[in-house]
Design a protein around this ligand. Structure first.
Ligand code: 5AD
Ligand code: SF4
Length: 435
């Protein structure tokens, strides 16, 4: 018996799918196979924007025929969409062939839900909030040489556009001792890059241990590995954190710091709790201490009532903060959030025009920064082989992808390469040596 997992959304979900795979293996499913061959198909869904939901709806709907043809096939739907208030009813009505629905707080239960399905027609399990900080799932990791490690679950920030606090519950931190044990184990197993994950890593707390202290402890673990963390909320990004980043070579000088908007009025409406000026001060603080540091961000256009001038403030922020790259989104109203009740919706036409201009502005930064790499030597951590290009690929410490050819398999190795050409965030060049 084999499985197939379909994952939507962020790193948190990608990592949770690794945990789902671990649980499936513990109950006798052997390996991941193409969708049509699987005995159980699990959808790990996302609801952050409407199009994420529409994708999932489309793909779940397309399984109706397979389900009819294949006796015994189990279809399970979990993740953020399942946890959304009122969504279970919609899922059940639209897709009566779904066998198991489980929420974001019920992952640890998945094995028992599969067992229950043997005697029940349909199994639904949703908890209001997370009961334990440890889910007990042994992830079946698929991202070698990178490994994700959760440090917090949930979010307490309630940005007015965001559904995450409603579907992921109140913020909870894992114990520092458990996190350190996990990281030590991963480094021993040979993982070369550890990414600490949380909706807002900066509000991590376990007794006296806050995020800078935790980061320092993890960076002090012996071994040859890179350390990253995401996501940082600007309101909590501190000088102490910058000091820890500066002190430890293992910590990459790469910061994902979602700005969302360049306009202080819009930021207030978003409940972000910082102004444009305060955001830029945090950027300056980082660059003053670590001049080579790169910042990536998330930006939303067409938030209710956003004027052309306010949108232009987001464009100018891209230049002033000198973002290396950005995830850019058109505001998507999410039922139950504060912003969904606001007046002043921006038309689709204006929203599309703004996102096009924003993407062009961000791409210009990316291009300018990448071109500076031509002729330089960089060190990438090789993570995969790209069949289409016939090249190995890996990231350099500031997040750009380097492509090179090699006669030997170098996945999991640090490779030095000389850059000969740049294209967007991708750098092409020749391998020099490995260590
Ligand atoms: N509409 C558009 N983008 C959103 N994000 C979160 N909620 C919404 C929404 N309703 C974006 C934010 C966040 C990223 C993960 O997704 O930029 O940082
Ligand atoms: Fe959503 Fe804001 Fe929490 Fe990020 S910090 S998950 S945008 S509520």
């Amino acid at each position: 018996m084999n499985y197939h997992i379909v994952t939507y959304g962020c790193q948190m979900n990608l990592h949770e799918s690794e945990k789902i795979a671990g649980i499936l293996r513990s109950v006798g499913y052997e390996k991941e196979v193409p969708l049509e061959e699987a005995d159980i198909i699990v959808f790990n869904t996302c609801c952050i924007r409407e199009n994420a939901e529409n994708h999932a709806f489309g793909n779940i709907g397309a399984l109706k025929k397979l389900k009819r043809q294949k006796k015994g096939l189990i279809i399970a739907v979990g993740g953020c969409m399942a946890q959304e208030p009122g969504k279970v009813k919609v899922l059940q009505e639209k897709f009566p062939f779904i066998d198991i629905i489980f929420g974001t707080h019920n992952l640890a239960e998945l094995a028992s839900l599969i067992e229950r399905k043997k005697s029940e027609k349909r199994v639904v399990s949703l908890y209001e909030d997370r009961r334990e900080t440890e889910d007990g799932a042994q992830p079946c990791r698929t991202s070698y040489p990178n490994a994700w490690v959760n440090i917090t679950y949930g979010c307490n920030n309630f940005c007015t556009y965001c559904i995450v606090p409603y579907v992921r519950g109140r913020e909870k931190s894992r114990s520092a001792a458990v996190i350190l044990d996990e990281v030590r184990g991963l480094v021993k197993e040979g993982y070369k890059e550890i990414t600490l994950l949380g909706q807002n890593v900066n509000s991590y707390r376990d007794g006296d241990v806050d995020f800078p202290a935790l980061l320092e402890m993890v960076a002090s673990v012996e071994g040859n590995f890179r350390l990253r963390f995401m996501t940082s909320h600007p309101k909590d990004f501190s000088a102490r954190l910058v000091a820890v980043m500066k002190k430890h070579d293992k910590i990459l000088n790469l910061l994902h710091l979602p700005a969302q908007s360049g306009s202080t009025r819009i930021l207030r409406l978003m409940n972000r709790r910082y102004t444009r000026e305060e955001y830029l001060e945090k950027v300056a603080l980082l660059k003053r201490e670590i001049p080579e540091a790169e910042i990536t961000t998330d930006l939303i256009v067409a938030f209710p009532t956003e004027t052309e001038e306010e949108f232009e403030e987001t464009l100018s922020l891209v230049k002033e903060a000198d973002f290396a790259s950005a995830f850019t989104f058109i505001y998507s109203p999410r039922t139950g959030t504060e912003a969904a009740k606001m007046e002043g919706r921006i038309s689709d036409e204006v929203a599309k025009d703004r996102i096009t201009r924003l993407v062009a502005c961000v791409n210009e930064n990316t291009r300018r920064k990448s071109e500076k790499y031509v002729g330089r030597e960089i060190e990438v951590l090789c993570e995969d082989f790209d069949e289409k290009r016939g090249l190995y690929l890996g990231r350099e410490p500031l997040g750009r992808m380097g492509y090179f050819s090699s006669d030997t398999n170098c996945i999991g190795e640090f490779v030095r390469m000389k850059v000969t050409r740049a294209n967007g965030v991708s750098l092409y060049g020749d391998k020099i040596e490995t260590r």
